[in-house]
Design a binder for this molecule. Structure first.
Ligand SMILES: Cc1ncc(COP(=O)(O)O)c(C=O)c1O
Length: 244
């Protein structure tokens, strides 16, 4: 189970508001039609204080997702990055998860979303390892899902859009009902795509494998980071250990 642990403040459109005041209307476009755009960013406790992992890369992806859905944010990446740092400091959390959200509020009744003006929210809260503490040490059992990822010409997988996660919820619930911690989905071509909320990798004899960005999976920032590390290792003629 993963419950949200409340913190004190949420940043909304340029100001800090109390956690309990971050409300939206039931007829918000994002509630009706899944049109909120979001990010998930880890902040780690380090000897130099809290450090947000690849903050600008995540915010850039948020902007890219917004662009795909013709959603304008009235803040720059720099401004949102500063707000994220202030949020972590104000909430007094050393390690946490930040969930930037661009929510289309009340206004539009149908598919054209433009009457629902986007609001930017930055909540954060302490959240342990995604699949639980023991997963880091012992690993987890996963299954291949009967649900496939959406085909590339249906919904853009590279946009981190709330509606995309209906597919992820089906994958996760099916896995859990069958006693697995996570489900891995195939793409519409029948090839491996990704997990319900993570990219996948395989290390065999020191070689790292991962599905390519083919329109069925989210281009993960962790994925990019791992590929950069792998490339550094290979330049030094080093290999990934098989249990990595
Ligand atoms: C569907 C999906 N794929 C992959 C990822 C991994 O992305 P990242 O490494 O940027 O966190 C996520 C993370 O939220 C995800 O939801």
């Amino acid at each position: 189970m993963s419950e949200i642990i409340e913190t004190e403040w949420i940043w909304r459109d340029g100001e800090f508001i109390p956690w309990a005041s971050a409300h939206i209307h039931v007829l918000s476009h994002s509630v009706q039609f899944g049109s909120s755009i979001f990010e998930g960013i880890r902040c780690y406790n380090t000897s130099n204080g809290p450090a947000i992992f690849r903050l600008k890369d995540h915010l850039q992806r948020l902007y890219n997702s917004c662009k795909i859905y013709h959603t304008e944010i009235k803040f720059t990446i720099e401004e949102l990055a500063i707000a994220c740092c202030e949020l972590v400091i104000r909430n007094g959390v050393d390690a946490c998860y930040l969930r930037p959200m661009v929510v289309r509020g009340y206004g539009a009744a149908g598919m054209m979303p433009f009457e629902s003006h986007p609001e930017v929210y930055l909540p954060c809260w302490p959240w342990g390892p995604y699949l639980g503490n023991s997963a880091l040490e012992h690993g987890v059992d996963v299954c291949v899902s009967s649900w496939h990822r959406a085909a590339p010409n249906t919904i853009p997988a590279m946009a981190k859009m709330a509606g995309n996660y209906l597919n992820s919820q089906l994958i996760k619930m099916e896995a859990s009902a069958n006693g697995f911690a996570e489900g891995i989905a195939l793409g519409s071509d029948g090839m491996l795509s990704e997990g319900s909320g993570q990219n996948i990798f395989l290390v065999n004899r020191g070689i790292l494998y991962t599905p390519s960005i083919n329109g069925t999976l989210l281009p993960g920032i962790t994925r990019e980071c791992i590929l950069e590390l792998a490339s550094l290792l290979s330049k030094r003629d080093m290999r990934f250990p098989d249990h990595a």
